[in-house]
Design a protein around this ligand. Structure first.
Ligand SMILES: Nc1nc2c(c(=O)[nH]1)N[C@H]1C(S)=C(S)[C@@H](COP(=O)(O)OP(=O)(O)OC[C@H]3O[C@@H](n4cnc5c(=O)[nH]c(N)nc54)[C@H](O)[C@@H]3O)O[C@H]1N2
Ligand SMILES: Nc1nc2c(c(=O)[nH]1)N[C@H]1C(S)=C(S)[C@@H](COP(=O)(O)OP(=O)(O)OC[C@H]3O[C@@H](n4cnc5c(=O)[nH]c(N)nc54)[C@H](O)[C@@H]3O)O[C@H]1N2
Ligand code: SF4
Ligand SMILES: [Mo]
Length: 753
């Protein structure tokens, strides 16, 4: 069946709806396109979540679309390390042949998938599972395995799923290792933060070693020593329990196993733990009093703790602050939400990785073991890797180790828009159409009580030579010849009778043929896809996801105005600025999302309670005489955006990604503002421009994320690639998430040459 062409306006007077692709908020934007340039970008007032809001970065998106470094033909790496442009047909045939060979020799499980979407694009990734199944693969990972796996495991124990704060209404808002002023994560973050700061009846508490822009707006800034959150949160919880600020009614009605938790917290020496974390016990007590007596509390934990020592324990303690005080499932408190497609598997049944037997929390291979799963002679090692929409040679801890591992693979394929650090080492590089050249969407649908979704239409024709990911996956699967032609023709036949017949046939097929279940996205793409209007073939998978919403949350879906899944699907296809997928009651509505096994919420997590009890014996400092500083390697700043922009000129400030250091440390070391410093860790060294910054405390230094790219035609990097300095062995004991924010380091002046 022919694929229709997308209706594309390449030189248009019209404002076209789309979204920003730089962080999980995906604020709606409208764009005026001139030729292939984004002449004007504005916040989209019609967007159901962002309502016209954007931060400074969205207006720079032309640097993503037209910033260079695009690839326009499939590339094959030759023996001498050079790349040859090949046709799509040749690329697909060769890749399918080589995948087949790896599968036949070592088993499909040796084929490993990494990525499947970044900050703005998850639609392609929805089809990647079909390719993995087609080759018999089981293992995959992505950036969430560098941040959220410990938190997800704690969530799986407690509420059984992801929770999100209601910062619009919370009386007390707590940010733990999170700087929403710069990094967002909270929709319309700057407005929300300013509203909290302006309102005398509302309070903000920030735990951060840096006096961030968010901390500037806070009522209480607990400026802890880096890496000591576990002690600080234990002290807050200790005070809550010891002063009996807990919500007994909530605990009795909605939780079990509280007693071991309360006993462990009664034993906490509040003053000692506050001192250990470098803060005044009086501030800790005030924070505890506020959290314990507020009408509503919402918290947000992020990389400052999720990429630091004790991260899984800290997630647990953070969640206990709102659970023990009954701040769940009510206005202003922590809420659960619907999913269109869950990003993580919230299950306690944990598989392990094939070589190092690392627990795969959330069903995902932890990033820090990937190199170890490859660089070994173990028969079950990964032999092939497919990377999509991700740049692990830059973003994984210990770049040297990852690169050695990647280079040793029998087959590596990178699907990207640009010639990234990872692409530059792959056997094959497949050029993707950009996120503004195809139908695209994210599954960052994490809001409550109104959860939204936006299917974005292409703003421009694909750059010649590029393809959208669903088409790339489909071509490889076709070449592998794994889907039964009979299934495809039965589905097409049923579809001619209408979507209802199609749905029933699909279900029957999935029951009959287990292989079909694994290939489902591909089958949808091949059958339903070509019938969708405007060339929105990639949206086929949304049809199945809409069925899932209707099955799991029928009332919430109806409250959002969709009578049935077909209506939801139609709305997703046609509303260019996005739709409400579910609507719930602020008070109590969250409980419908708590799985039965988690009702009542079991509060004890035995191994984490053991860690909590062991805090008084635990070493908190990881620095040494040789490496006396704590380096936060990868801070979000006004002009960082992961490695999505590959064009340094997008930045208006901090062009070289300065090393921030306190004025006192700088003076002691003889470093001048604007001078150069050499930063050394046990894994490498790098030089950076120095910025004296009184937001930093002594002993703590920071470098921004996303710098240090290897751009074509230049052997000069701008700024430091943070993972040249990190060590994959420094990782959480439960989730193996990296300690990017806690890298022991040394700093020295670089003499002028
Ligand atoms: N501008 C911008 N925004 C982004 C991104 C971007 O690249 N640029 N990336 C997006 C992505 S992928 C993510 S995951 C989010 C991340 O968003 P955030 O987690 O907010 O980002 P970070 O700046 O990495 O870290 C947050 C804070 O942790 C603090 N911190 C460091 N060490 C510690 C510690 O030991 N304890 C505590 N409590 N805090 C500590 C840092 O000082 C910093 O202020 O941002 C998203 N938004
Ligand atoms: N030291 C240190 N390391 C870190 C962090 C840190 O704070 N410190 N943060 C970690 C975190 S939280 C994250 S999220 C990761 C992010 O790191 P990665 O997951 O590696 O992803 P990004 O840097 O966001 O890069 C996105 C990639 O997608 C490509 N791309 C863009 N659009 C498209 C498209 O339409 N199709 C395809 N196929 N590709 C596209 C871009 O060119 C780029 O290569 O980094 C992690 N690494
Ligand atoms: S908050 Fe800023 S970076 Fe994030 S999606 Fe919105 S405009 Fe883009
Ligand atoms: Mo991230």
């Amino acid at each position: 069946m022919p694929v229709e062409e997308a209706p594309v306006t390449s030189a248009s007077e019209e404002w076209q709806a789309s979204a920003c692709i730089l962080c999980e908020n995906n604020c709606g934007i409208t764009v005026k396109v001139e030729g292939r340039r984004f002449a004007k970008i504005r916040g989209d007032k019609a967007h159901p979540a962002s309502a016209g809001y954007t931060c400074n970065k969205a207006l720079r998106l032309d640097h993503y679309q037209n910033g260079g470094a695009r690839i326009t033909a499939p590339l094959r790496r030759e023996h001498d390390g050079t790349y040859t442009e090949i046709s799509w047909d040749v690329a697909i045939t060769e890749i399918a042949d080589r995948l087949r060979a790896v599968r036949d020799t070592h088993g499909g499980e040796s084929i490993f998938f990494y990525g499947g979407g970044g900050q703005g694009n998850h639609l392609g990734g929805a089809y990647s599972g079909a390719l993995l199944r087609a080759v018999g693969g089981r293992y995959r990972s992505n950036a969430l395995a560098q941040e959220k796996l410990g938190e997800a495991w704690v969530d799986a124990h407690l509420t059984g799923g992801h929770t999100h704060g209601d910062f619009e209404h919370a009386q007390v808002s707590v940010f733990v290792g999170k700087n929403p002023w710069q990094s967002h994560g909270v929709p319309r973050a700057r407005t929300v933060l300013q509203n909290i700061a302006k309102d005398p009846a509302r309070t903000m508490i920030v735990l951060d070693p840096v006096r961030t822009e968010t901390a500037d707006l806070a009522d209480i800034h607990l400026q802890i020593k880096p890496g000591t959150d576990a002690w600080c949160l234990a002290a807050i919880l200790g005070e809550i329990v010891q002063q009996d600020l807990i919500d007994h009614e909530f605990l009795t009605a909605h939780t079990t196993e509280a007693e071991p938790v309360l006993a462990a917290l009664r034993a906490v020496d509040v003053d000692a733990y506050a001192h250990l974390s470098g803060v005044d016990p009086a501030s800790v007590r005030r924070a505890a009093q506020l959290i314990g007596t507020a009408e509503s509390v919402s918290t947000y934990e992020d990389l400052g703790v999720q990429q630091s020592p004790n991260s899984t324990l800290v997630s647990y303690l953070n969640k206990l602050t709102w659970l023990l005080t009954g701040n769940f499932a009510a206005r202003g408190t922590m809420q659960m939400h619907s999913w269109l497609a869950p990003l993580i598997n919230y299950s306690l049944k944990t598989k392990t990785t094939p070589v190092t037997a690392a627990p795969m929390l959330g069903g995902i291979v932890p990033c820090n073991v990937i190199a170890e799963e490859i660089l070994t002679d173990h028969p079950k090692r990964f032999r092939a890797m497919i990377v999509e929409s991700s740049n692990p040679a830059h973003s994984l801890a210990d770049s040297q180790r990852f690169r050695a591992a990647f280079d040793s693979l029998e087959l590596s394929v990178v699907i990207d828009v640009a010639m990234t650090e990872t692409a530059r080492r792959a056997h094959y590089v497949l050029p993707a159409a950009s996120q503004f050249e195809k139908w695209e969407a994210t599954f960052f649908n994490l809001e409550f009580p109104v959860n939204t979704f936006q299917l974005r239409a292409p703003l421009l024709e694909p750059l010649p030579g590029t393809l959208a990911e669903p088409e790339i996956y489909a071509r490889i699967i076709r070449e592998l010849g794994v889907a039964s032609p009979l299934s495809l023709s039965v589905l097409r036949g049923a579809l001619r009778l209408g979507r209802k017949a199609y749905g029933l046939t699909f279900l029957a097929l999935l029951k009959l043929d287990r292989k079909a279940a694994g290939l489902a996205p591909y089958l949808l793409y091949e059958t339903l896809g070509p019938t969708l209007p405007g060339g929105a073939r990639a949206a086929a998978v949304l049809w199945a996801l809409a069925q899932g919403v209707a099955r799991r949350h029928p009332q919430s879906m109806r409250r959002a105005g969709h009578a049935d899944p077909e209506a939801l699907f139609t709305a997703m296809l046609s509303e260019r600025s996005g739709v409400h997928i579910t609507v719930d009651e602020l008070d109590g509505g969250s409980w419908t999302y708590v799985p039965e096994d988690n009702r009542p919420i079991p509060l004890s997590i035995t191994p984490l309670l053991e860690s909590l009890r062991g805090l008084d014996r635990m070493e908190w400092a990881h620095t040494s005489g040789e490496y006396p500083f704590v380096l936060s390697a990868g801070e979000r700043r006004a002009f960082t955006a992961n490695t999505i922009f590959r064009d340094d000129s997008w930045r208006r400030r901090d062009a070289t990604g300065a090393l921030r250091i306190s004025p006192a440390d700088a003076e002691r070391l003889g470093l001048a503002d604007g001078g150069r410093a050499l930063i050394t860790t046990n894994r490498g060294s790098a030089t950076a421009t120095v910025e004296l910054n009184d937001r930093m405390q002594d002993g703590h230094i920071s470098l921004p994320n996303g710098f240090g790219l290897d751009l074509p035609g230049s052997d000069q990097r701008t700024g430091v690639a943070p993972n040249d300095l990190t060590d994959l062995r420094r990782r959480d004991q439960f989730s193996a998430t990296p300690w990017h924010k806690h890298v022991p380091a040394r700093v020295e002046p670089v003499p002028h040459t």
